[in-house]
Design a protein around this ligand. Structure first.
Ligand SMILES: *Cc1c(COP(=O)(O)O)cnc(C)c1O
Length: 479
């Protein structure tokens, strides 16, 4: 028997049904509970334990099971009442660009394995650098350049590896390192930094967690300098500082001008992680958050968080692409080709950990052409304005307090009550299924996070969240 491939006509018919299904999902997602409440194992128990022997199931049968088994077990990240973590936007143009990428099924590991995949990506990264007004040194027209990584975590890992290559004078790559190399980030630096440092072979002890200002949660430059001096005195080698624009906990902004000057003084690689807040820089009035970026050796943000481009899409730039490529290049015979040998092309496999790579630039291209700079700015501005309105409600109600500044679209707040009461508040409002918020700790205290940014969220949804919070607070605080 020959394999029953889906022919183009069958694909066309099934594909239309799937696109209709997604459009219906978006049109009705608001009516669903934001997050499921079934116990663990519910979805798995509803699925057969073995795969089908004969195929031929129509796509309608799969869609029916999507509706009855999968969708009830989803947390709906595109729901207008989704306020958890950070947003993970997607959009129509993003999905369509990704669909084209799936349909083409090309591997973009080398320029030669699909030239358009590489060249569109280089241009998209220059477009994004232009949109965010990033320093010239990151553009492909100079010594730098950008590449799409799957995640900010990978960007941090790759930056760490390049930094170790530099700090060890090439030993990290060639012989392995024999001394203790150190990475520095604030106590609010993302967990992916410790993971990167562990993968790089430095061990968790290789990370120096630098104290933050208790009011702003931003890294204290004097504490950074002191940690570097102490390590140098002990014979260790400071390799990389990871500064954050928009920390995950509270969107604190580390003082890049001071941190950058310290890195320059000691010759330490500066990586700037703006995973969530980088998108804000499409708006000129929010670019103050990126002051000092000209010091950075590398920078990344996630269009897949707040810039309407579906996961996965992390935009990562380096100021000196030669260092990165030197650190990561490995050239087996089966990949040798004239274009690579000529040095005239970019081979993105040398800019990342895996060899293979998807054609992710397509979804960016679709998104940027659909929205344009003004459309993207409108999306960011709506989130920032809604967050400001929500913060105003908190400020105006004596029972509540703001726990941190809200420069972007995240508001951190708490009831003026014990941690238990705040945890109960979160559980109760989430229990309604109308909204989904998450929490953090600020200065040790349980704090609620309201992260606005789903494309469907409007003032009415933020008002509803506030009403739920205020009414629940009344219940909780009434003895
Ligand atoms: C979300 C986040 C990350 C991790 O992002 P991924 O792309 O999921 O790896 C890293 N750093 C910061 C500051 C974040 O907010």
């Amino acid at each position: 028997m020959s394999a029953p491939h889906m022919n183009p006509d069958e694909f066309r018919r099934a594909g239309h049904a799937v696109v209709d299904w997604i459009a219906d999902y978006w049109a009705t997602v608001e009516q669903r509970p934001v997050a499921p409440s079934d116990p663990p194992g519910t979805v798995a128990a509803a699925l057969p334990s073995t795969p089908p022997t004969t195929g031929g199931e129509p796509v309608e049968a799969v869609l029916a099971d999507l509706d009855s088994i999968v969708v009830p077990g989803l947390t709906h990240w595109q729901h207008p009442g989704f306020f958890g973590y950070f947003p993970a936007n997607t959009s129509g143009p993003s999905v369509l660009g990704d669909l084209v990428s799936s349909g083409l099924g090309v591997q973009g590991m080398l320029w030669a394995t699909s030239p358009a995949c590489t060249e569109l990506e280089t241009v998209m990264m220059d477009w994004l650098a232009h949109l965010l007004d990033l320093p010239q040194r990151f553009r492909s027209t100079g010594s730098g350049g950008g590449v799409i990584q799957d995640s900010a975590s990978s960007a941090t890992l790759v930056a760490t590896l390049a930094a170790l290559h530099r700090a060890s004078g090439g030993r990290w790559r060639d012989t392995g390192i024999d001394r203790r190399y150190r990475a520095y980030t604030s106590t609010h630096g993302h967990s992916s930094i410790e993971k990167a440092v562990r993968i790089a072979g430095l061990g968790s002890d290789g990370v120096r967690s630098i104290e933050v200002d208790p009011d702003t949660q931003a890294l204290l430059p004097d504490a950074l300098r002191a940690a570097i001096e102490a390590d140098l005195a002990a014979g260790d080698v400071p390799a990389i500082v990871v500064a954050t624009i928009g920390t995950t906990s509270t969107t604190a902004i580390d003082p890049l001008p001071e941190i950058g000057a310290i890195c320059a003084e000691y010759g330490i690689w500066l990586h700037v992680d703006a995973a969530y807040a980088g998108s804000a820089a499409v708006c000129p009035e929010l670019r103050w958050s990126h002051a000092g970026l000209e010091y950075a050796d590398s920078y990344c943000f996630d269009p897949h968080k707040w810039l309407l481009t579906g996961f996965d899409c992390d935009a990562f730039w380096v100021a000196d692409r030669a260092e990165l490529i030197e650190a990561l290049t490995v050239l087996p015979e089966f990949l040798r080709n004239a274009a690579s040998d000529s040095g005239a092309v970019i081979d993105y496999r040398d800019w990342q950990v895996p060899l293979g790579r998807r054609f992710r630039a397509l979804k960016l291209w679709f998104v940027l052409r659909w929205y344009g700079a003004e459309g993207l700015r409108a999306h960011i501005r709506s989130g920032v304005a809604l967050a400001a309105q929500f913060a105003e409600r908190i400020r105006a109600d004596d029972r509540f307090e703001l726990s941190a500044a809200h420069p972007f679209s995240l508001v951190c707040f708490r009831l003026r009550a014990d941690d238990d009461v705040n945890a109960a508040l979160l559980a109760r409002v989430n229990g309604t299924g109308r909204v989904h918020l998450t929490h953090t700790r600020v200065a040790g205290r349980y704090t609620l996070r309201m992260a606005i940014g789903s494309p469907q969220t409007t003032e009415a949804h933020v008002d509803e969240a506030w009403t739920l919070l205020a009414n629940t607070a009344k219940d909780l605080l009434t003895p």
